[in-house]
Design a protein around this ligand. Structure first.
Ligand SMILES: [Zn+2]
Length: 81
């Protein structure tokens, strides 16, 4: 089990298709899967998605943290400038 820190969505970054998941309860991850990794908020470290497969955490997956209201995205690699 690894813990992966998500990243901030950039200002002006146009969302891809799909919505932003809202975490209603900071104590409960928005997503729960059967994979190896927990994904945590980049700002406060709250667990937003638990036991996820990497393939499930694509760039379409955005989660608004229930604790600090930061919108996180999963993919960390930056596109070429
Ligand atoms: Zn947070």
């Amino acid at each position: 089990m690894a813990t992966i820190t998500m990243r901030l969505i950039r200002d002006g970054e146009v969302p891809f298709d799909g919505g932003t998941a809202i975490q209603d309860d900071p104590e409960r991850p928005v997503f729960r899967g059967n994979g190896p990794d927990d994904y945590v908020c980049v700002v406060c470290g709250n667990v937003l998605a638990a036991a996820m497969q990497p393939v499930q955490m694509t760039k379409k997956v955005r989660v608004r943290c229930g604790r600090c209201s930061t919108v996180n995205v999963a993919v960390t690699e930056e596109p070429a400038a």
